[in-house]
Design a protein around this ligand. Structure first.
Ligand code: ADP
Ligand code: 5GP
Length: 216
């Protein structure tokens, strides 16, 4: 149990490590963090299980959910629909745990408007080459999809300024502990290292040139 459970949004460009960090937090602190299992219309990856990683819904079921007001937020990403179920979030908060949302920057902005107590965290490996490498090595998308996700990454990084924290995902343990510390701190406050502003600016430039290279 945590004294003040809250929504903790983890956003990152694809390959940034939000799913890995959310899993590690739950494994390490099962009594303090729960994970909201989103609904999506995209197809499952080989390792993904329905009801565990996502709820894999047909588009008609998803749209019915939207009409019924089942979603706290929802957004389109890569041509597919993704949404956070209100019931899931409430269940986890009622159990006295922080609820982790692994959602895109559009979803994060919807949550920010709905819940001023929510903490929003943007995650990135320090080096854009590592971002590309992790995305390629994950092996879950075609090279075309990877190119589209990298294009989208550039837009997402431009929105990083709206997030309370920027956490570097180089060493996984460090990143997990940084999220844990931030989640336990009240109220949510903007705490960003001023040195990270030039870092993010150059990230955008470097990622543009990484995108021009053939994927390895
Ligand atoms: P996202 O959910 O943001 O798209 P993932 O969590 O799937 O990203 O991570 C992308 C890939 O990078 C995965 O293969 C994961 O195992 C790997 N990864 C994530 N964090 C680290 C880390 N700190 N060190 C090394 N590999 C990592
Ligand atoms: P992926 O297909 O790689 O699992 O996820 C693609 C993007 O959709 C990621 O940025 C992920 O965070 C986001 N996403 C996953 N679930 C949700 C959700 O419920 N709502 C929103 N807005 N985005 C989501």
């Amino acid at each position: 149990m945590t004294p003040t459970p809250r929504i903790v949004v983890l956003s990152a460009p694809s390959g940034g490590g939000k799913t890995t960090i959310a899993k590690a937090l739950r494994a390490r602190y099962p009594d303090e963090f729960g994970f909201s299992v989103s609904a999506t219309t995209r197809k499952p990856r080989a390792t993904e299980q329905d009801g565990v990683d996502y709820r894999f819904w047909k588009p008609s079921q998803f749209l019915a959910g939207v009409n019924d007001g089942q979603f706290l937020e929802h957004a389109r990403y890569g041509g597919e629909l993704y949404g956070t179920l209100r019931s899931d979030v409430q269940k986890i908060l009622d159990s006295g745990r922080h609820v982790l949302l692994d959602i895109d920057v559009n979803g994060a902005s919807q949550v920010r408007k709905l819940d001023p107590e929510a903490l929003t965290i943007f995650i990135l490996p320090s080096d854009p080459r590592v971002l590309v490498q992790r995305l390629v090595e994950r092996g879950s998308e075609s090279s075309e999809q990877i190119q589209r996700r990298l294009e989208r990454a550039i837009e997402e990084i431009s929105d990083a300024r709206l997030f309370h924290r920027w956490i570097r995902n180089d060493d996984l343990d460090d990143a997990v502990e940084s999220v844990k510390r931030a989640a336990d701190e009240y109220p949510a406050r903007f705490a960003r290292d001023p040195k990270d502003i030039p870092w993010l600016k150059s990230y955008l430039v470097d990622l543009q040139s990484e995108r021009q290279r053939p994927l390895r």
